[in-house]
Design a binder for this molecule. Sequence first.
Ligand SMILES: [Zn+2]
Length: 300
Amino acid sequence: MLKIAYHPIFKHPLPDGHRFPMEKYDLLPKQLLHEGTCTKENFFEPELPEISNILTVHSQEYVNNLLSLTIEKRAARKIGFPLSKELIQRELIIADGTMKGCDYALEHGVAMNIAGGTHHAYSSHGEAFCLLNDQAIAARYIQKEKGIKKILIVDLDVHQGNGTAEIFQNDASVFTFSMHGKNNYPFRKEISDLDIELADQTGDKEYLKILKQILPELIEKEKPEFIFFLSGVDILSTDKLGKLGCSIDACKDRDRFVLQTCHDLKIPVQVSMGGGYSPNIKIILEAHANTFRMAQKIYF
Ligand SMILES: [Zn+2]
């Protein structure tokens, strides 16, 4: 069965006028239930994790400052969210959802998180609405608790996974692959194990051609025992932050390809959602829902 992490705190309300689209975390599970892609049994509710899990990735000082809400002003501005106790709890619970998702992925082949993909979180600071790096924390968790040795992170959000690249920069056991818009944030990029930079307006054909060539070769070479997939839908031409030109069908084809590849090679995969900033919420929901529809179709 497809297991999906969801907690009501994911849709934590932000002050009026804040531009981050939180409503998708509320609407997406409703949509998946409404259309019958999922039933209530597909969802599980993550909890507050042991802080020791967080400390395998993030520095004690940074975590202490988050928990006591004593992040200094400049660092807080970089994060972009108005920091509150609930927001910190939200990020902790998202990380738990990704860790528990790994347990389910090891059992069922695939598992997903209605939130997460917070790849701009570095070991010692947060950036761009990312406080804690959920997939990095989960990667350390399965290495420590499940004896997984080699991990591949496939980050297809339009923004480079700069935090993830920094966290694993000297760690050969976790291969970081990021395919992103060359001219998108972050403007000073980190060095992943493999970075593919795409020009503005890169369209369906070229996007899919590159991905379909690279991913199988990469898996063949690195032989990961577990894959994390960051399925941001900010690659769409309609996205107001992303500079690429992909259609919703290409985004769906991307998800199908990644999941089918993991399925056929029998490599467990955990999927976190990542970004999506099309002005029309219906487009964001449709694109994210496609990732879940593909997982159901391919695996169950
Ligand atoms: Zn993004």
